[in-house]
Design a protein around this ligand. Sequence first.
Ligand code: ADP
Ligand code: ADP
Length: 229
Amino acid sequence: MSYVEFRDVRKSYKMGENTIVAADNISFSIDKSEFCVIVGPSGAGKTTVLNMLGGMDSCDSGIIRLDTREISSLSEKQLTEYRRHDVGFVFQFYNLIPNLTALENVELASEICVDPYDPRETLISVGLAERMGNFPAQLSGGEQQRVSIARALAKNPKILLCDEPTGALDYATGKHILTLLQDSCRRTGKTVIVITHNLAIAGMADRVIHVKNGQVVKMEQNSDPLPVE
Ligand code: ADP
Ligand code: ADP
């Protein structure tokens, strides 16, 4: 059985008179420990897919499953627990708490988890041994994104969901961040999903899901994914 499954998932938004179909019978599956990229132009439905898998948005119909749990049939209370314990989120603009240090940001997220990794060890693993006591404003964009990856990893989640993680970074820093995500995936055996509009990122993925107009238009598997170049 695959680790992540979307089966005929549909999601629409009402906008006055109009209905926007953001996910139009989306089906795909992802194996455990895969580094998966969902790629497509702006408005394709990528964030909608990620938000539904992360339990932040519901679907109109279809089935969404992670491991043995059917996410699409959880109650609000179960979804809150699921987001807290099982999913690590990485956002384009980091979403760190400005008045907490790097270490405190990671500690806060892992405190409420059942089996977290050590926050210090996790920050060391993303190359921030010397920066734990810094506040977000004292860190570069790339460093803030490292903190946010450490925060997501330290929860020891089932899956890491990354929404345009390099979107606010320059090319070289973005490359470092993607390498870090790829390494973290290999090292911890976590399943990682990155959404991006940047096709160049697809080459480093084990699996690439192309989305357009709310539909999956192509799926590829790389048996020998490239290191980030
Ligand atoms: P992507 O992440 O690929 O840019 P999104 O999933 O954000 O695409 O959006 C898919 C479509 O759904 C777009 O047409 C977008 O405008 C629409 N959409 C997304 N969220 C909402 C919302 N909360 N209300 C109305 N329309 C939305
Ligand atoms: P980048 O080129 O990645 O944007 P910056 O030029 O912003 O990086 O920062 C370079 C280095 O200086 C980084 O290691 C960052 O942590 C450090 N730094 C930047 N601003 C501050 C600050 N206000 N206090 C302490 N260190 C800082």
